[in-house]
Ligand binder design. Structure first.
Ligand code: GTP
Ligand code: ZN
Length: 509
């Protein structure tokens, strides 16, 4: 099967499509040929990819056919019911759409003017391949970040009805926020949808009248939270019970929480990393096992919802104060470390720094300012727990020296850190933050990313010495040597060689 044959069959297909519009009886024949061409082209694409030389752009040509749907606008309940009956059991059963092309017949993306101030002129983020939406998509990927796979599984085992539509009654944000000028600056917000918390309400007409599936990518709620360490903070007098933010002697806190899923505007993301959009698209395509062919074929679609974890904002005190330059702001940006954050592992400083961050944020809010902790799902410096544990083993089986600390991760992962903080400041812009009075972090990467985004940091606050677990001294001293902020001493390489952590004998009981 060569390129010419595929191209010829694609042309025949296109002719048949035209005829099919007038003669529905041809549909099954067209389906048959579509399936055959897709399968043959798929095989060819796989063969091409197996060649060692980089594939020329032509090899991305895969014949496809767009789903031809009944008219989307409902006319009458009877007509609706008859259309319902025509729907396939799942949109995927008869025709597989491997990829789509700009301008292809039936493809009609909803407008997306990223950075436009008026949300209606900007347009909704549309990513679903659900019936009624597949032709209108203006984003690649899927909702839910890494959870999109569980959704796919639920669909596969028919736990979710194919035509299920979410009921958003009473799910509106618990507080109002913005809009801020940053929301309409396409250079300031590139990794989340600034209107993501309002999507079902702002774009109700698309949902109701055009049968397009639109989901929020941000949700805002209020809650109480209780961390055992904070009971001590109250006992020792560092936290005062005020009945508003710190509710009682157990250190229970009132909090407003924002959950945010990633939505990437690819040109903006590429620019943040100083690369061109094509390079970014190609790398995302290749290194997700070719999962998202439209990264290559749909240059007109600029949004990508990546299958990665998002973030949560924990805000203490009045949310409207976050954007007020006249009040003080304390901020901790924290990257997930499940072993320490949840399970109390003592090899690193994560949970202690997190608790310190919460305590300082609450204090700032109680003093009339505001306090925020932002929690990113970037486990093990975005290398994941498997890599992290391999690193721990390599450290403990050798001598766990501060001087070797970063090298151990680099030996295994090829890089010492994959969090690349460049996209992190988006959430600060979205919250309307224009300066940070107290930054509860020693990380130079977090600091530089924020400052580069034009948000000044007035004071940097390291974790207090007494909160550092003994075994994590290795990490903290290595980090300080590597450029992390400290108000204390930066050790020489010789001194670092003498900072040792627990050995394997001590860990392995
Ligand atoms: N791969 C790897 N990840 C680690 C290791 N130690 C901690 N982490 C992860 O690193 C992240 C926390 O980063 P840290 O280096 O402790 O601190 P930081 O966030 O860079 O800086 P601070 O804001 O000062 O805490 C979390 O995602 C941890 O899971 C390690 O040895 N290897
Ligand atoms: Zn940790």
């Amino acid at each position: 099967m060569n390129e010419d044959t595929i191209s010829l069959l694609t042309q025949i297909l296109s002719k048949l499509e035209t005829i099919e519009k007038e003669n529905k009886a041809l549909a099954s024949t067209v389906d048959l040929i579509t399936g055959r061409v897709n399968a043959l082209a798929g095989v060819k694409a796989v063969r091409d990819a197996a060649k060692t030389t980089p594939a020329p752009p032509k090899t991305h040509t895969v014949a496809v056919r767009t789903v031809t749907e009944p008219e989307a606008h409902p006319a009458s309940p009877t007509e609706e019911a008859s259309k319902e009956a025509q729907r396939p059991a799942t949109p995927a059963t008869s025709r597989i759409i491997l990829t789509t092309y700009p301008g292809q017949s039936g493809i009609d993306p909803i407008i997306m003017n990223w950075g436009e101030k008026d949300p209606v002129k900007r347009g909704p983020v549309v990513v679903s391949r659900a019936f009624g939406t597949v032709r209108r998509r203006n984003a690649i990927g899927a909702h839910g970040g890494s959870y999109s796979i569980y959704h796919a599984l639920a669909m596969a085992i028919k736990e979710i009805k194919v035509d299920h539509r979410p009921d958003f009654t009473n799910t509106e944000p618990a507080v109002n926020i913005g809009p801020f000028p940053q929301w309409s600056d396409p250079k300031k917000i590139v990794a989340m949808d600034p209107f993501g918390h309002l999507a079902p309400w702002l774009y109700k007409d698309y949902i109701d009248k055009e049968n397009v599936e639109i989901r929020p990518t941000i949700a805002i709620t209020k809650a109480h939270m209780r961390l055992p360490e904070l009971e001590n903070s109250v006992k020792e007098g560092r936290l005062k019970v005020d009945g508003k933010i710190c509710l009682n002697e157990f250190g229970e806190l009132a909090v407003t929480k924002f959950a945010v899923e990633p939505v990437w505007y690819l040109p903006g993301v590429a620019e943040r990393f100083g690369i061109d959009e094509g390079t970014l698209r190609r790398s995302l395509f290749e290194h997700t096992g070719g999962s998202f062919p439209e990264l290559i074929t749909r240059g007109d679609i600029k949004l990508f919802m990546p299958p990665i974890g998002g973030l949560t904002v924990y805000c203490f005190g009045d949310v409207s104060k976050l954007s007020d330059p006249n009040v003080r702001l304390a901020l901790r940006v924290h990257d997930e470390c499940n072993g320490s954050d949840v399970f109390g592992s003592d090899i690193c400083t994560c949970r202690p720094y997190l608790i310190f961050g919460v305590e300082e944020a609450v204090k700032e809010a109680q003093n009339g300012g505001s306090g925020v902790v932002i929690y990113f799902r970037k486990e093990g410096r975005a290398l994941g727990e498997v890599t992290k544990y391999l690193v721990y083993n390599a450290r403990k089986r050798g001598v766990d020296r501060a001087s070797e600390y970063f090298k151990r991760t680099e030996n295994i992962a090829g890089v010492k850190d994959m969090r690349f903080q460049a996209l992190m400041p988006d959430i600060l812009h979205w919250l309307g933050i224009t300066k940070i009075d107290r930054m509860l972090s020693m990380s130079n990467m977090k600091h530089d990313a924020i400052v580069e985004q034009g948000i000044p940091i007035l004071e940097r606050v390291p974790i207090p010495d007494e909160m550092i677990p003994a075994d994590s001294r290795v990490e903290i001293d290595a980090k300080i040597h590597a450029g992390y902020f400290t108000t204390g001493k930066t050790m020489s390489m010789d001194e670092l060689a003498n900072v040792k952590g627990r050995g394997w004998d001590d860990v392995d009981h």
